[in-house]
Write a protein that binds this ligand. Structure first.
Ligand code: SF4
Length: 469
């Protein structure tokens, strides 16, 4: 692991707890918090930080939000549907506040950053709005609001920057796999995307900080990390030390004992040969790449400001498969982007046929505030985009099922994550290619890699038998 001063991470954790542990309350009964997360894995990670900070302040997590003293809602505005869910959930909390006026309701995440004080104005029962960079200071900000008894919005332009660190040392991370944010923000400005507006410009965390967090996660039993960033391929820019994302991966492999490493998300234009080679050379790096293509038409890609052509994307896919033939590829597609013609959509379908993705996340385009595409006038009729989406998803389901069926009879290494969701005595884990496999094995195999022969395959999972001996 990284070289540290005597006491290293442990002392840092103690110092951090000293700083964080000014009591919020003095009653014997622990105060309870409830966290609800909408949206992406970055939000899941931020929610984890919130949980850790509140736990360090003596709060206990509760599943029943009606019992909570603090409710934290982590919001997502990437898609219109997710934002609508946030508004309706926030509205539904009014009755809880009326029943318990001491309840503190906090909105964090992208909708909070985007709407700021407007959210406070719209929901009178909301106590705090915390922007995307302020979430790392949630404990301190909650104390501030509890003391003042008022309501407040903490956003980027209010000077709250958040450290991106200093909170992760506090509580053990349960589970076999853990998310780990290595960078925030994005510099790409795709025409449909709200992320640069709400998460700001790219900021990478220092490698030492990432390695320390991995050491702590490993100490609490984590075997696999999922490195997160809006565009991990451009990790390191502006850090003041020369390190690429591939360089970071190599350091993590040589300085940690992790069984597996995954990452997401990658921008195709920044996928380098150096990174492709990591898949062939670094054993713990899972053979799975999520590489969002968004469309198969060059005209649409150009209007989206993606800065690659379909041909360039396909060329990278070919090169990657040459370097690492067993790699699984997944992607995102937006259907019905403004101006998308039937011919453009056919280009997307052709690309899907050519690549044969292992899995695809596809969505209908929706206007997002503060994005360029919102001003595009040639919107696609909703019925047409719904029909195109159904066609795309239908074909993709056939491809994905075919790929899973082809796995039958093969032997795969599965990292066991815990009991199967079906509660049938089986355990569940993932292959390096990110396929879910359920099979009979003792629960004590959790956290271990087990060789499994695949016996049955379905669209979203597979069943197998552990190879004994
Ligand atoms: S790369 Fe494009 S789609 Fe991805 S976060 Fe950045 S602006 Fe949004």
């Amino acid at each position: 692991m990284t070289e540290k001063s005597p006491g290293g991470a442990l002392r840092k954790r103690e110092l951090s707890q000293e700083k964080m542990s000014e009591p919020l309350f003095h009653s014997c009964a622990p105060r309870l918090f409830y966290v609800r997360t909408f949206g992406c894995q970055m939000n899941e990670y931020d929610s984890l930080q919130v949980r850790r900070q509140l736990a360090a302040l003596g709060y206990e997590s509760v599943d029943d939000m009606a019992r909570a003293d603090v409710i934290f809602l982590n919001t997502c505005s990437v898609r219109d549907k997710a934002e609508q869910k946030v508004h309706s959930f926030l509205g539904s909390l009014r009755k809880l506040k009326e029943a318990n006026p001491q309840l503190k309701i906090i909105a964090g995440g992208c909708v909070a950053q985007q709407l700021g004080k407007k959210l406070l104005a719209r929901f009178a029962h909301l106590d705090m709005v915390v922007g995307t960079r302020a979430v790392n200071s949630i404990g301190q900000l909650l104390q501030q609001v509890e003391k003042s008894g008022g309501r407040a919005a903490f956003l980027h332009d209010a000077g709250i920057t958040g450290t991106g660190s200093g909170c992760f040392e506090i509580a053990p991370q349960p589970g076999v796999t853990a998310p780990l944010t290595i960078m925030q923000g994005c510099n790409n400005h795709c025409a449909y995307c709200i992320v640069p507006a709400v998460r700001g410009a790219e900021r990478s965390r220092r490698p030492e900080e990432i390695l320390e967090e991995i050491e702590l996660l490993e100490g609490s039993g984590v075997k696999e990390v999922l490195l997160l960033g809006q565009n991990v391929n451009s990790y390191g820019a502006g850090l003041g030390e020369k390190i690429s994302f591939a360089g970071l991966l190599r350091r993590i492999v040589s300085e940690s004992g992790l069984l597996r490493i995954r990452f997401t998300t990658s921008h195709p234009k920044d996928l380098t040969e150096e990174l492709m080679l990591c898949f062939a050379e670094l054993a713990p790096l899972c053979k799975h790449l999520h590489l969002p293509v968004q469309a198969g038409s060059d005209r649409v890609l150009s209007r989206m400001n993606r800065r690659y052509s379909a041909g360039q994307y396909l060329e990278k896919v070919r090169e990657l498969r040459r370097i690492c033939p067993e790699i699984a590829l997944t992607s995102d597609v937006i259907v019905g982007f403004p101006g998308e013609t039937e011919e453009d959509f056919r280009d997307t379908m052709e690309l899907i046929e050519e690549v044969r993705f292992d899995n695809l996340f596809s969505f209908r385009y929706s206007d997002r505030p503060n994005t360029r595409a919102t001003a595009f006038e040639d919107k696609v009729d909703e019925k047409i985009s719904a029909r195109r989406l159904a066609e795309l998803q239908g074909r993709q389901a056939e491809i994905a099922l075919g790929k899973n069926l082809a796995e039958a009879g093969s032997i795969r290494e599965v990292l066991v994550e815990g009991p199967s969701k079906a509660s049938n005595g089986q355990v569940s884990g993932r292959t390096s290619q990110n396929r879910i496999v359920n099979f009979e094995a003792p629960l004590s195999s959790t956290g271990k890699i087990v060789a499994v022969k695949i016996t049955h395959a379905y669209l979203h999972s597979m069943v197998g038998e552990a190879i004994v001996g």
